[in-house]
Design a protein. Structure first.
Ligand code: SAH
Length: 483
């Protein structure tokens, strides 16, 4: 079997409707659905409904559609450029179809494909950009699914960007020779500074950026997006992160960033692993900073992927500072931080009415000195504490908190590989926490959450931490053995 596409029996076209009449015959839901769809255009809606249902009446009132409140008659269709038979009654729909054909007006009959001259698509509307999805009436559910997927892929500001582009078309044609120069302008327009400004809602900056692009032959300036890749599961990536990945020239990523997320990048994007992971040759922070500046100066669109949220223990502060100093544009795209993923895996309310109303993100690496850091005091006053990179300092964290007055019975939840299929959950108390340090079987990233709110979690799928309390180095051998 060859995979040559079969022929379409319905060919998509875009019909000019500005100021033209679209006639819809019907009183109920079918008519309303069509009115809503065509109402997304600047066509004049003429709704022939002698006994319109309340929903349709409301629509007519709000949309300013012309309402012909009379029993249907063929003359009602006169002058229309398209007709919809949406009466819900086959005999009447057939009459409408026959009348339309006499008048040579293309007609669509709702749910009666055999009577249709044309079909209406599922529509992704970013006017003036429209994406129409058709299945020749075979699968409205499929069409709606595709519509949803495409809708999520496209920036909500695409329409505004296209409108801005239209306003620059004449100037671009006048000032730029046809061919490469013009193509480069439009590429930079849709993927560079003008697009980013529109995305940020800054229309006048977008206009200025487009003028700059048009008047200068200078190569486009680079741009770095510091993007949160989420905790590990690829579908916890934000839609914005996904879009930027698909536009990137270069993807610079850390060790904890899942391969599947990096793989979502544009196919010919350059991928640079700079991760700090044992065994991999990794770069120092200073080298990473220098690399970002260099890529920016080369005019590259860079996605700097960091696990979780880029602004949480991600050293983004240093990267942003060097980019600012170098005058390279950047933006930050938030991600789902590990603490949130771990809490979700445990169904753990991070704030709990009457129990905990504040939350601390810490590493526990600041407990070395003599004085108690502020967060420890917060923990004692009831905050929920999320400890990042806390495995190697688990005993220190537990010891110091208990010493400071937090009850050894305070609930603790630990998640290894939060959000991933191979996640493991452990529950226990502050007194059990030190055992974490000896757990050589935990090879993935580990999140520890401490506080009374943890008691609100779901412990059905977690193992007790205490099971491994005194087992030291033999843990690996006894993995999975219950007490
Ligand atoms: N910017 C990241 C944190 C980087 S620090 C974020 O916002 O999540 C790295 C630490 O994050 C790890 O030592 C671990 O404590 C935690 N972490 C990251 N991913 C995790 C995961 N999937 N499960 C549990 N902890 C995770």
């Amino acid at each position: 079997m060859s995979h040559a596409p079969s022929k379409l029996n319905a060919f998509p076209v875009f019909v000019r409707v500005e100021g033209a009449v679209a006639a819809i015959v019907g009183n109920g839901e079918e008519a309303l659905a069509k009115a809503r769809l065509i109402g997304q255009s600047s066509a004049v809606l003429r709704i022939i409904a002698d006994d319109a249902e309340p929903g349709l009446l409301t629509f007519i009132a709000q949309s300013g559609a012309v309402h012909i409140e009379a029993a249907y008659d063929g003359v009602h269709l006169e002058g229309a450029v398209m007709v919809f038979a949406a009466t819900g009654t086959e005999a009447l729909d057939r009459r409408v179809v026959a009348d339309a054909r006499l008048l040579r007006i293309p007609v669509n009959a709702v749910d009666r494909p055999e009577l249709c001259d044309f079909f209406t698509p599922a529509l992704v509307n970013r006017a003036p950009v429209a994406i129409a999805i058709g299945t020749e009436g075979a699968g409205p559910v499929l069409a709606q699914m595709l519509r949803g997927r495409i809708d999520r892929m496209l920036s909500p500001s695409l329409g505004a960007l296209a409108a801005l582009a239209a306003s620059f078309r004449g100037a671009a044609e006048k000032l730029l020779p046809k061919g490469n120069a013009r193509r480069r302008f439009w590429n930079d327009f849709f993927a560079g500074a003008p697009a980013r400004a529109v995305e940020a809602g800054q229309l006048s900056q977008a206009h200025d950026a487009a003028v700059d692009l048009l008047l200068s032959n200078a190569p486009a300036l680079g741009h770095i997006a510091l993007v949160g890749a989420g905790p590990g599961a690829e579908d916890l990536l934000t839609l914005r992160a996904h879009r930027l990945l698909m536009e990137a020239d270069v993807i610079v990523y850390d060790a904890l960033v899942p391969e599947a997320v990096v793989a979502m990048g544009r196919r010919d994007a350059e991928r640079l692993a700079v991760g700090k992971r044992k065994g991999c040759h990794s770069k120092s922070q200073a080298e990473i900073n220098a690399l970002l500046v260099e890529l920016g100066r080369e005019g590259k669109r860079v996605v700097r992927l960091k696990s979780g949220d880029p602004l949480v223990f991600g050293r983004a502060g240093e990267e942003m500072a060097v980019l600012r100093d170098a005058g390279i544009a950047y933006e930050v795209v938030p991600g789902v931080t590990a603490a949130f993923a771990a809490a979700a895996d445990f169904e753990l309310p991070l704030t709990l009415r009457g129990v905990s109303s504040s939350m601390v993100f810490t590493t526990g690496h600041d407990l070395k000195g003599n004085s108690l850091p502020d967060w420890a005091k917060l923990a004692i006053s009831g905050a929920t504490v999320a400890v990042y990179m806390g495995r190697s300092v688990a005993a220190e964290v537990a010891g110091r908190l208990i010493e400071a007055g937090l009850s050894p019975d305070t609930a603790v939840a630990v998640v290894e590989n939060a959000s991933l299929r191979n996640r493991r959950r452990f529950h226990g108390t502050l007194a059990d926490l030190p055992s974490l340090e000896a757990r050589v079987d935990l090879t993935g990233p580990v999140m520890t959450i401490i506080g009374d709110a943890v008691a609100g979690a779901n412990f059905e799928r977690s193992e007790p931490l205490a099971a491994h309390k005194h087992e030291g180095a033999s843990i690996a051998a006894t993995e999975g053995v219950q007490p």
